[in-house]
Design a protein around this ligand. Sequence first.
Ligand code: ZN
Ligand code: ZN
Length: 266
Amino acid sequence: MPAEETTPQLFPNRFADAVGPGGGEPARDACRCVGHSTRTRPARVTFHGERQDTGAAGWQHLLALVDEAAADGRPVFRPFVEMSAPERRQVVTLPPTIAQLTAVKHLVLYGTNLVRIPPEIGSMTSLERFDPYTSHRLHWYPYELTRCTGITDSTVSTRALYGNFKYRPPFPALRPVTRAGEADLGALDPAVWGTEAVRTCSVCAGPVDRDLHQVWISRLVGTDVLPLLVNACSTACLAALPEPHSGYVPTPHTGGPAVVQPAGRW
Ligand SMILES: [Zn+2]
Ligand SMILES: [Zn+2]
């Protein structure tokens, strides 16, 4: 078991009230797809392919909680605390309506069943604290998260991340270019592209209506270096990306088993 799972006392009381009612039913699904050590890491990984069931009670509840938080302008948003365990398990992403949460400074996503976060999180520009800790199926984040430039504090389960410095699990292989006509960018297979739709460029925020260019880049967000998925509209936008964080793959890359990463620290 990863050390951080067995040493929760490193974060005394910080998340004591961050988890909702249990009720005996599982709130999330197990995930070992990136392994948890140099010995257990796989040679290749693929994205989680789960799609959100938008008819599920948990999803409907989450939509209502987002609307409520947008209306009252609360600074701390902890939606999963208010959901039952079966409801939490039904939610694998966040709704695009999180873009309305422009007053939220602290987003708590502790112990969720999420497998992806949508690019609309980049509109939550008041964010200062980002806590997806122990959401063990979140292996990557959208590049749009770097638009939340006020984030100074984060708590992420490092061992769950693609390319993390502890044991360098691989990144999913990306299609470097998806030509217009090769795929419907509004109805993608998340197991292949990581998302069900790409509408706007992660870099320039313009429309992606011709070719889609996908790359990985590792950057510092808050206090964590995160693997970020870039959905770019053009090679010019790829060229405009900043340098990756020191100690990680030194250029944006398309993942897969051939990518050479620096050695893990442990
Ligand atoms: Zn996984
Ligand atoms: Zn662009």
